[in-house]
Design a protein. Structure first.
Length: 75
């Protein structure tokens, strides 16, 4: 399923949260954070829900998440 999402993302604009959600679901925090960093670099408005979106609950204990919240100015 992840391969299909990745291929779809190459051909069409895909909501980044969809891929992030897939990586989180697979327990792949490294890829999830890599995509979150890309979203940060792109000044994505999708990051405005980081602090309250339950999708990110499994990432909250990671220091990188606190750092991202700080940089998005949500801490």
């Amino acid at each position: 399923m992840l391969n299909e999402l990745q291929q779809l993302a190459r051909r069409h604009e895909l909501d980044p949260e969809t891929l992030i959600s897939a990586y989180i679901g697979l327990g792949d925090k490294e890829e999830a954070f890599a995509l979150l960093e890309k979203e940060f670099d792109a000044h994505s408005t999708g990051l405005t829900s980081l602090k309250v979106n339950p999708l990110y609950d499994s990432l909250r204990s990671d220091p990188r998440f606190a750092d991202l919240l700080r940089r998005v100015r949500l801490s």
